[in-house]
Write a protein that binds this ligand. Structure first.
Ligand code: GAP
Length: 561
């Protein structure tokens, strides 16, 4: 079973170095995240898998890396300055802000007051200025130097359509792929890294013939759209997403972005909040290339509801040698989020398995201690409630109530809930400053480590560490020497980790938790016959492999060869 909650993933990511809150030493900065040693590996693997499938494995694609900061004119003519906004309401009572289109009633979701302002548009683009400008907002000088951090990578591709087409002598149909950061000042970011203000996108703009130039044997825009939807859907499945948790959903007319004729979203079934978009595949027609072009026929401007563009020096058209005519190509755009993909792959891969049933002699004393923690917490809650000045309270009664309710529920599911209790004791606000809870924590953690295996069943191509190497004895120089030699031999080809900091069982557990597909153990038999134990993460099967065959075998099984 995949992850039951986003909290499980958040805990694992923090504990094992995938993702940390940004600017943490200063209390964090709303919904910005830093990707740690394992996180950056995984992001890179996602991007590599995407690039390989969309650029290397096709003969009609090129790559690009355009600037993040782009002229304001780009965003004026793309329509983003006028329309890339969300409706915002303020609660007049508790002063929180919400997206009006996410509210299910006219009541504040935070405090319940029916006292909300009228919705107003809030533009999602982050602004900055180029050069030493000190002008007031809205003045001529300010507007002339204003730039935006891109909210999508797509416009950089449109700007370079002709550069790529001419320099690589490409014929339509062809596409351009780009991976890069995008920024949106989201009103309600959240669900961990699902919706953030800084994120990464993997986007393709695929240029095709306009409908009036499509001949027998050519694909129509609708056929190209369908083909990309299924190509992209299969990519997610090929990296381990179960089809029962990935669906295609066509957007209805009201949802469509200002540029789209049709869009199909690929949605993943996340724990806690359900179906969420991980990729959108849009038919953007000739909207963007026309919007940035100087010379566009009046009829097309009227059809696309565009004003004539007198700022642009370019017309983004293409001479079709077969049709012997010039036209502005249409565009199919598959657009996926890298960071959102990481969350989906982590949720899919996360599994907890009870690998050893603890005895009643191990579980019963913990249950008794949990009862004592709950009783103590309730006593502290009552004491806190007696103090009328909230700033002087040692404990927050509401947090304690939430903590004891969760703990009592989890105690009823022991031993399956061992890890959940461990996380609850570590992180819950209601568990802070409760002495019995602090004493219970290491006992729960120890039993969890013995009995529960957390395993990330990541596709080998996405696993942050590919192989871990352990010496059976760290004070046996001959064994250590071979272990380090194998590490050096594999390191240029894959991320390897040499670890001698615990017993073999514990080392296996640690690698399972971060999704390492293979572990190698060097033992006394190695000294006799040059073989090592190769242990596979999912099946936990162990085989003896000759050291000379290791590299070739691993490269193949990790899809690196
Ligand atoms: N160029 C089209 C475009 O940007 P989008 O549906 O707004 O379309 C594409 O974004 C993808 O980018 C989404 O499917 C999602 O994976 C990712 N994405 C969008 N906003 C995001 C955010 N605030 N945080 C993380 N990922 C986001």
């Amino acid at each position: 079973m995949p992850a039951r909650s986003i909290e499980q993933i958040r805990n694992l990511c923090k504990r094992r170095g995938f993702i940390f809150p940004g600017s943490a030493a200063y209390g964090g900065l709303g919904s910005f995240w830093d990707y740690g040693p394992l996180g950056v590996e995984m992001l890179n693997h996602i991007k590599r898998a995407w690039w390989r499938s969309t650029v290397y494995e096709r003969d009609d694609m090129e790559g690009l890396d355009s600037a993040i900061i782009t002229s304001r004119k780009v965003w004026q003519h793309s329509g983003h300055e006028a329309t890339f906004s969300d409706p915002l309401v303020d609660c007049k009572k508790c002063r929180t802000r919400h997206r009006a289109d996410h509210l299910t009633s006219n009541v504040c979701p935070k405090c319940g007051a029916a006292d909300l302002t009228e919705p107003r548009r809030f533009n999602l683009m982050f602004q900055s200025h180029v050069g030493p400008v000190e002008a007031s907002p809205g003045t001529e000088e300010e507007l002339a130097s204003r730039v935006y951090l891109r909210p999508e990578t797509a416009q950089g591709i449109f700007m370079n359509f002709k550069h790529v087409q001419n320099s690589l002598r490409r014929k339509v149909p062809f596409g351009v792929a780009q991976i890069g950061k995008a920024f949106r000042n989201e009103i309600t970011p959240g669900n961990f890294i699902f919706r953030t203000r800084e994120f990464e996108q993997m986007e393709i703009e695929f240029f095709i013939k306009p409908p009036q130039f499509v001949k027998d044997g050519d694909k129509t825009d609708e056929q190209w759209h369908e083909e990309w939807i299924s190509q992209r859907y299969n990519w997610w499945l090929s990296l381990g997403i179960d089809p029962s948790r990935l669906r295609k959903r066509a957007q209805d007319k009201a949802e469509l972005a200002h540029y789209a004729k049709a869009t199909t979203d690929l949605e993943y079934l996340f724990p806690d909040f359900g179906w969420g978009e991980v990729e959108g595949i849009a038919n953007r027609t000739d909207f963007d290339l026309s919007a940035h072009s100087r010379d566009v026929p009046e009829a097309d401007l009227a059809r696309l509801k565009l004003e004539k563009n007198s700022d642009s020096t370019e017309t983004f058209d293409y001479f079709d040698p077969d049709a012997k005519a010039r036209y502005i190509p249409w565009v199919i755009e598959p657009s996926a989020g890298v960071t959102r993909a990481m969350l989906a792959f982590l949720c899919e891969a996360y599994h907890e398995e009870l690998v050893k049933e603890p005895t009643p002699a191990e579980v019963d004393p913990l249950k008794a201690e949990i009862d004592a923690v709950v009783k103590n917490a309730e006593k502290k809650k009552k004491e806190a409630e007696k103090e009328p000045d909230q700033t002087k309270r040692k404990h927050d009664p509401a947090a304690i109530a939430a903590f004891t309710a969760a703990l009592a529920e989890m105690a009823g599911r022991l031993p399956q809930s061992l890890l959940e209790i461990d996380n609850l004791l570590e992180d819950h606000a209601g568990a802070q400053n409760l002495e019995p809870a602090k004493k219970l924590k290491p006992k729960i953690a120890r039993l969890a480590e013995d009995c529960v295996r957390v395993v990330l069943r990541l596709h080998p191509a996405l696993a942050p560490v590919k192989v871990a190497i352990f010496p059976l004895k760290k004070n046996e120089p001959a064994i250590v020497d071979i272990g380090q030699r194998i590490t050096r031999q594999l390191a240029p080809f894959m991320r390897v980790q040499y670890d001698d900091s615990a017993g073999i069982g514990r080392l296996y557990r640690r690698q399972d938790e971060i999704g390492t597909p293979f572990c190698i153990t060097v033992d006394f038999q190695t000294l006799e016959d040059n073989t090592v134990t190769l242990r596979e993460r999912d099946s936990m099967q162990q085989t003896r492999v000759n050291i000379a065959d290791l590299k070739h075998l691993l490269m193949q099984r990790l899809h690196l060869a």
